[in-house]
Design a protein around this ligand. Structure first.
Ligand SMILES: Cc1ncc(COP(=O)(O)O)c(C=O)c1O
Length: 362
């Protein structure tokens, strides 16, 4: 008997996958290094032109004094919170219950740094001013994730952000941004990276999400902060002898992809409306505020998977590669727009959504 193909297998073979940037294969790296002079020196343990130039570019793009490249955002953010905790002299830090540190880092903040996270807000919405006003604990730092990925990429309104920043300054609380997808939210805010980052004491940005690099992150702030982060990077084993295989692609793809953020945001709004026009599906947020959103269904995960697999096989349009169970009944999947969406022919996309609606009604 022929074995059922998994959603991931079908998606990976789809002619028109709608989610994400290009395929993560060796070509991503080859394309970059074809353009690079082979005599260019590697960075060595965090020093050298390749790393210095990139760090300066990032710092000046967001209007801060200094930036340091890290192999991962996980490492960078734990370090940021540790530095602020030591500086303020308090062990507590506050953040959203669904932020990356709470869900995906195996309690590293507690295990490695003995910090005590205080969870802000109910998990269905982003952190708001009232959550900070209600905060009873004396915290060193508040971390805000923009956009809040695990709830579909929701954002506080910009005025709310300004008020939260002002309150933190007034109360001597450091404000750190998980800006893994910072550039992806700028078109909605209609603000520059400099304006948004001015509200924060420190900022982390991923170089492999919208920017499209291989892996890595930058931690940005004033020089005193980043100098301390270099010491912690070494303590964490993150000061690799050469980080250029990550830095050179980040630099290259950033130039290529940053100008497309407005387009990705508009396409996310368009694609979300396709989903919302389908029987029984809802996106979160209903109208996206970045290049991402979640699609929610009351169906069982296996039922929706079977429908999506069939549509992908019939039309070539890949809607999702992974569908997850919700805590309550039903299921959802994440959509993040990159180059692939605009490459899909419009008639194939329209046909796929027609079939999706029909199948859901059936
Ligand atoms: C919002 C957010 N913060 C932090 C991280 C951690 O980044 P890294 O994979 O570089 O450790 C991620 C990764 O997915 C993320 O989505």
């Amino acid at each position: 008997m022929e074995q059922q193909k998994t959603l991931m297998e079908v998606y990976n073979k789809a002619s028109y996958p709608l989610i994400g940037q290009r395929k993560r294969n060796m070509q991503v790296l080859k394309e970059v290094f074809e353009q690079v002079d082979g005599d260019l020196d590697s960075d060595i343990y965090g020093e050298g032109t390749v790393i210095d130039d990139f760090q300066e570019r990032m710092a000046s793009m967001v209007g801060k004094e200094s930036a340091i490249f890290f192999p991962s955002g996980t490492m960078a953010q734990q370090i940021a919170l540790r530095i602020w905790s030591d500086e303020v002299g308090k062990k507590k830090v506050a953040y959203h219950p669904f932020c990356h540190l709470e869900l995906h880092e195996q309690d590293a903040l507690k295990e490695l740094h003995h910090l005590e996270p205080i969870l802000l807000a109910d998990s269905t919405r982003p952190v708001l001013l009232q959550d900070l006003l209600d905060l009873k604990d004396d915290v060193a730092c508040v971390l805000l994730e923009l956009p809040q990925r695990e709830i579909g990429g929701q954002l506080p309104e910009y005025e709310e952000l300004e008020k939260m920043s002002a309150l933190c300054r007034e109360r001597g609380i450091k404000l750190h941004m998980d800006g893994a997808r910072l550039f992806e939210v700028l078109p909605y805010y209609r603000k520059s990276a400099v304006e948004v980052c001015a509200l924060f004491d420190s900022v982390y940005i991923s170089v492999y999400k919208g920017i499209g690099g291989i892996a890595g992150a930058v931690l940005i702030g004033d020089r005193g902060f980043t100098e301390k982060s270099k010491v912690w990077k070494q303590r964490h084993g993150g000061n690799l002898i050469g980080l250029y295989p990550y830095i050179v692609p980040a630099d290259y793809y950033m130039t290529e992809n940053l100008p497309k953020m407005e387009q990705f945001y508009k396409e996310a709004v368009e694609l979300a409306s396709y989903y919302n026009n389908c029987h029984s599906l809802k996106t979160l947020p209903e109208v996206p505020v970045s290049n991402m959103f979640h699609v929610h269904s009351e169906l069982k995960k296996e039922e929706l998977e079977a429908i999506v697999i069939r549509i992908t096989e019939e039309t070539g349009v890949g809607l999702s590669h992974i569908i997850r169970n919700r805590a309550e009944d039903g299921c959802f999947f994440e959509v993040a727009i990159g180059d692939r969406y605009s490459a899909a022919p419009r008639d194939a996309v329209a046909e796929a959504f027609c079939l999706l609606d029909e199948s859901l009604r059936g």
